[in-house]
Write a protein that binds this ligand. Structure first.
Ligand code: URA
Length: 193
């Protein structure tokens, strides 16, 4: 095991017993990560849902399965990505995580990013976008498809796959088409950097 993996494991142990915000009260499992600790692409979603809370792995419910389907169809492998969320515990009734909850959890996410040290951070949906890019006027529709360089890190916002569950068309310009286009672009960017 590498030193980075050891440090990530230690961090996960800390998160598993975290009581820094009230989300700890109803959780079944702390949802820390999935993927590879040496991955060049770090996906950040919103928060664990019901399935994630039961199993302890991010993006395994309907939206997550859709994201994974797109990734694997486009040739991504499990070595290509590391996935986490803005908070590690499920908010009640799948509401959006509150700012205090995201802030309480941020030290874990920041440390994961530091240790994995990805080439690109993919902000999956508006909650992740708001956590990293502080421009209140920036919607996910405007931000997706663009690269934001902040403090020597590259961020690339994309739609959240739960949005795509409502839009099935793959026609040019439609959400699924743009989502696929973004994932292709991200993969190509990583080969360039
Ligand atoms: N599952 C996750 O882990 N995160 C999301 O944002 C949505 C589903």
């Amino acid at each position: 095991m590498t030193n980075t993996q050891k440090q990530l494991e230690e961090l996960q142990k800390e998160a598993n017993i975290c009581t820094q915000c009230s989300l700890c009260q109803d959780r079944n499992k702390v949802v820390f990560f999935d993927g590879s600790s040496t991955a060049p692409i770090f996906f950040i979603g919103e928060a664990p849902g019901k399935n994630e809370d039961e199993i302890g792995i991010p993006f395994i419910g309907r939206a997550g399965q859709l994201l994974r389907k797109f990734l694997f169809e486009l040739g991504y492998t499990k070595d290509d990505f590391y996935i986490a969320n803005t908070v590690k515990c499920r908010p009640p009734k799948n509401r959006k995580p509150a700012l205090e909850e995201k802030n309480a959890c941020k030290r874990f996410l920041d440390k994961q990013i530091e240790l994995v040290n990805p080439k690109i951070i993919v902000l999956v949906g508006s909650t992740a976008l708001e956590s990293f890019i502080s421009d209140k006027k920036l919607t996910i529709t405007k931000a997706r498809g663009k690269i934001f360089e902040i403090n020597n890190r590259r961020y690339y916002p994309i739609f959240h796959p739960s949005y795509l569950l409502r839009y099935h068309s793959l026609e040019p310009g439609k959400p699924r088409y743009l989502f696929k286009e973004d994932l292709i672009k991200i993969k190509n960017l990583v080969n360039k950097y």
